[in-house]
Design a binder for this molecule. Structure first.
Ligand SMILES: Cc1cc2nc3c(=O)[nH]c(=O)nc-3n(C[C@H](O)[C@H](O)[C@H](O)COP(=O)(O)OP(=O)(O)OC[C@H]3O[C@@H](n4cnc5c(N)ncnc54)[C@H](O)[C@@H]3O)c2cc1C
Length: 329
């Protein structure tokens, strides 16, 4: 991005500047839409700020963990995707609503870390969510999340390391726990991940002479009767039937909501595992300005910002299923 530095701020020209925070689904699709909409408006500039310089197609993240796809299949460089949008790669540290500016830092990993102020006329928030651990003891430290590319790469490495360890003669005592893989949550991310993990470890077994399929235990822990609540009862029931034909255990648990089934070291069902995956129970991120999902709270913050418009979008005339869910269905 071409920026003029002025005491740490990225100075603004006379053009109207729209700043989009976040380079995920929300941010990138907002940028693509605005790019098209404002193609003939030279007086408007659009900047997108994100931690990474690529867009990540999260619905296929588990396929990286399971070695079904290469990394380059699910990432798309932002600079290639967005031709008219200026891309700023950095960490959003703070949003200063009254002064209409955002503080962004960059230069990690041996570079000089410093911050800039980026002024805006209009702000689009699309920072996604963070994994919520409900303050369960040990969970944040020991469980693997499944939200980012490093998470998927780490999961793949941990699965392979577990198989290697379990295969060695000296690990007889630990074999059961090394070959037990537990995934929490029967939503999209949990179900896709457990299915991919299950296929991956079973296919890998042929390369480990000391391991047998009967030694494996792959468990999905889910609160409630039906998995995939996002898809409704009929599809949830169907998915559950399909999964039941595969060799892994579905462990419904009522106590999950208050955390007892997930508390590491004291699992309600007595599962001992070295690999516990906690895919995507999310809550909004925590930039210095916290915007909660509930509109009342967002309205409260934005009503204090000059010129802020918090009115809901008018409902579309006819709802169409779109986006990744349609593609993945
Ligand atoms: C494993 C998995 C599988 C999924 N499968 C499906 C599916 O099949 N179908 C479906 O509809 N949905 C699926 N989802 C959910 C879907 O990915 C999310 O609904 C979607 O990503 C939300 O889009 P978003 O733009 O709000 O957030 P995100 O896509 O998470 O984007 C947020 C962006 O903001 C950036 N960011 C966050 N904080 C900062 C900061 N402080 N500074 C700079 N940048 C920041 C992030 O790096 C990211 O680029 C899945 C999710 C996961 C994790």
């Amino acid at each position: 991005m071409k920026c003029t530095m002025d005491n740490g701020s990225i100075s603004k020209s006379a053009k109207k500047r729209i700043v989009i925070l976040g380079g995920g689904f929300g941010g990138v699709y907002a940028a693509l839409h605005l790019e098209r909409l404002l193609a003939r408006e030279p007086e408007v500039e659009i900047c997108l700020v994100s931690r990474d310089n690529f867009f990540l197609f999260t619905p296929m993240l588990h396929e990286i963990a399971a070695s079904d796809l290469e990394i380059t299949n699910i990432v798309n460089p932002l600079r290639k995707l967005l031709r008219r949008v200026k891309v700023f790669v950095g960490e959003v540290e703070r949003i200063d609503l009254p002064n209409k500016r955002v503080v962004i830092s960059h230069g990690h990993h041996n570079y000089d870390n410093h911050s800039h102020r980026l002024e805006y006329d209009h702000l689009v928030l699309a920072l996604g969510s963070i994994t919520k651990f409900f303050n369960l003891p040990g969970l944040a430290e020991q469980a693997l999340a499944m939200k980012s590319l490093p998470d998927a790469i780490q999961l793949r490495a941990r699965i392979i390391r577990s198989l290697e360890e379990a295969n060695s003669e000296c690990s007889l005592g630990d074999r059961q726990s090394l070959l037990t893989f537990v995934v929490a949550g029967g939503g999209f991310a949990g179900v896709e991940t457990v299915a991919a993990l299950n296929d991956f470890v079973r296919a890998a077994l042929q390369f480990y002479p000391n391991l047998r399929e009967r030694m494996l235990r792959v468990v999905l822990v889910h609160p409630g009767e039906l998995i995939l609540p996002e898809l409704g009862e009929r599809l949830g029931r169907y998915a559950q039937k399909v999964l039941a034909q595969r060799p892994f255990a579905l462990l419904p648990t009522e106590s999950h909501r208050d955390g007892r089934a997930c508390a590491l070291g004291q699992p309600a069902a007595g599962i001992v595992s070295r690999l516990f995956l906690y895919p995507a129970l999310s809550s909004p991120g925590d930039c210095k300005v916290r915007i909660r999902r509930r509109r009342r709270n967002a309205d409260h913050y934005f009503s204090q910002a000059p010129g802020a418009d918090c009115r809901p979008e008018p409902a579309p005339a006819r709802r169409r299923r779109s986006g990744p869910r349609r593609r993945m269905a």
